[in-house]
Design a protein around this ligand. Sequence first.
Ligand code: ADP
Length: 493
Amino acid sequence: MSATIKKAVKAQKTPKIKQTKMLINNKWVDPIEGGAFETYNPATGEVIAKVGAAGAKDVNLAVTAARNALEKGPWARMDAADRGKLLFKLADLIDANAEELAQLETYNCGKTITDSRGDLIGTANSLRYYAGWADKIEGRTVPVRGNFLSYTLRQPVGVVGQIIPWNFPLFMLAWKWGPALACGNTVVMKPAEQTPLTALRVGELAIEAGFPAGVINLVNGFGETTGDAMVVHPGIDKIAFTGHVETAKIIQKRAADTLKRTTFELGGKSPNVVFADCDMEQAVAGAFHAIYFHCGQCCTAGSRLFIEQKIHKEFVERLAAKAKQRKVGNPLDEATEQGPQVSQEQLDKILRYVDIGEREGARLVTGGSRKGNKGYFVEPTIFDGVRDSMTIAKDEIFGPVVSVLPFKDMGEVIERANNTNYGLAAAIWTKNIDKAHNYARAIKAGTIWVNCYHVVDTTTPFGGFKMSGQGRENGETALEHYTELKTVTVNLG
Ligand code: ADP
């Protein structure tokens, strides 16, 4: 282990863990069936808590609570504006406890404290955005033929099962709770098994905010057990899932028997295209951020870096110089720029891909190894001379590993950028306005960035083309996925 990491890990403070049970009907309860599982600090690999694991019977209790709240409780009769008030209150409580939550997020997820603080701001913003929507979800009057009055109502889908990943635990919670609750649904959420802790703390804040019993329920546990019990439960009307493509395929099949609604936000292998007419300084910094933000553990990571041949050599040199300087270490230390990967499993997977990249003939420019022997740290890694057919150019690695692919012209790069089953995000770096807009139009992806990267805002739709997802989160669009549309027709005589 390097001296810096050793020192940093020693210096780490221990955030308090206040809650490890399940939240059902506004009560903190132990599982009756599922037992418990261990959760870790990725910076050290040490167990930091045992968390209640929900079995099928526990999930059933949560669904029953959510169903009752949906149909019988005060939530069912509450004015839309008051649902908004509760979301505003929760956002305020999150702000008031933001530093505690950020530290806990870093402790369990490994993201740098700076990134966790950023996530907390985004979490509160997202809840506020949807709080504002609560009393603005409207139907229409429709000019039908004949002497009838026809109008539409937007009503809640019902009990919503929400299954989220470990890379943005609280941010993903907000993206899911905000629109679901603004629309009047009730929620059973399963956080990722790697990062169960911060959602539980926010569950405490939701009770404090005044959400009625059963509106928000939290069940932790593994995907194949707790998650699957949600997916097959006939009392859950919709599953909103963020995670891997392969998991989504399983969920879609398992949800078929109950024909429940599903929305998916999945992975990516996003093309990040740099033209010679870019602002080089800005593009190097942007490409760096695109891949290394949160250790490459973002579904939008700019993992296929296409560089125009004319500037290819210089660009890679500048990128490598930055990668070598990156401060990798204790994520609770404010000077740290890159923390650990989330788990041993992810660490092993990334190192396997590095090995495959080398074996398939890509040139390792920098990085490629684990950093230290405690915790799950990986060096920022660059592969140059990557060909489109190589595994590292095709698979989502979910780590700090970028594949550099040189290109000659626009037509070629658009074809190659689109040659993937994914379609979540893409970026272009150029000062030429025609190129930028032509690229934006031609790329099959849900988000296109021009001279920027990872700019995601709650107000704009987010989601994927092709295998990167179904439906959209954020913005007004998300409300459609959390409501059923009803037509009412009245005979006017
Ligand atoms: P990762 O490999 O990064 O954990 P997953 O797609 O497996 O990504 O996990 C995302 C979320 O999906 C997690 O909360 C996980 O527990 C859950 N999950 C995994 N498998 C299933 C499944 N078969 N059914 C329902 N949820 C699942």
